[in-house]
Design a binder for this molecule. Sequence first.
Ligand SMILES: *Cc1c(COP(=O)(O)O)cnc(C)c1O
Length: 461
Amino acid sequence: MKKLKKRSWAEPFKIKVVEPIKMTTQTQRAKAIKDAGYNTFLLKSDDVYIDLLTDSGTNAMSDNQWAGMMLGDEAYAGSKNFYHLWDNIKKYYGFPYFVPTHQGRAAEHMLSQIMIKPGDYIPGNMYFTTTKLHQELAGGTFVDVIIDEAHNAEKEHLFKGNFDIQKFKDLIKKAGAKKIAYVSMAGTVNMAGGQPFSMANLKQVKKITDKYGIRLWLDATRITENAYFIKKRERGYKSKSIGDIILEICSYFDGIWVSAKKDLMVNIGGFIATRDKKVYDAARNMVVVYEGLHTYGGLAGRDMEAMARGIEEMVLYDNIHARVGQVEYCGKRLEEFNIPMVKPFGGHAIFLDAKKFLPHIKQEEFPAQTLAAEIYLDSGVRGMERGIVSAGRDKKTGKNHHPKLELVRLTFPRRVYTQAHIDVTVESIVEVYQNRKSIKGLKMVYEPEYLRFFQGRFKKL
Ligand SMILES: *Cc1c(COP(=O)(O)O)cnc(C)c1O
């Protein structure tokens, strides 16, 4: 008799409302992807079966969050939902001051304008697209000081989001501490594949910023996932709660910014929270210009109530365990079929290694773009390219960047899909893998000037 291998968890919720999704035929999908110029960003959502494009704002809210929406206090000033959210930010993140924004990049814009002077440097653990753009628009230069392992898809490392302490010290020596606007740390690191930093590494960074009087800020958008990995992987944290780990992380920082569209399991929202009164005063003043009064920051009262309740749910162990567990389940099943992927598996997504998946397609023929289109064609599952198309061109020479990583990202919205959806996704990827030799690359026929991955169009070779 086969020995029972017990799985340790299932989703800590049941389904109350369902949203039907369209089942399409291969013929319909062939037309849809051709019409979309072989770019999954240009597909109509209605033509997508399982949507793994992003986990940003695509999460399922709980009944408690929806109930909270009905209690929206839509006063222009001083909404009670604002105060509920503020209370929870003090309680769960530990910061006394807070400014709401309509989403994460609005917080990045204001912080960059407030804290960066032209010519300043901002060190961080790998860039994030919108974060870096706002730092540059404020006249700063972002410097990547993440450990080398983060740039290597196959290299197994428990904390690929860690700062390389030597790189960080070298920058301080070269630029001078006064020229460093602030340290911009992120956890988990999205572009490295959803990889965490360790508490030990954060403490080392903090020692240095204290010594030189440099401000330390955190992109806490995915901090629940980072806290989960610390609990699972770092000595001394096994019996600590997710909530306590988040509070400890935040205790080392001067402030954080957050896109609530991720961990907080809402469809829109963001905020700044800090213990720095000066930055708070500046942000509270600036938010009125760009977002709205400081007690709503571009959000409806009901949105703030859903965020306040989302914070209470994000720290529940079973919730984050099931979320990261679903990603891991997908990765482990793909591993059984030797599908090439970034490892270890991240907190929010699986990254397929398109260079290894389609070795016969040259990087100039867009292997990751091709793979994302082929998976959609096979089953209606939508992922996205993270490779040569996303990397864009060199500003000076106009030539294509050739990133080391050529990936297709499959991102899992929180609480949205079932295990059967994951199984269908796995089966489709395996099917495409088994037929990979017959797949041909693409040629770009339309290239927009900015962020070409969103709107670029392709043709089959
Ligand atoms: C999504 C995201 C942002 C930007 O937030 P938006 O709400 O999309 O504007 C910033 N940092 C990280 C790590 C993110 O994942």
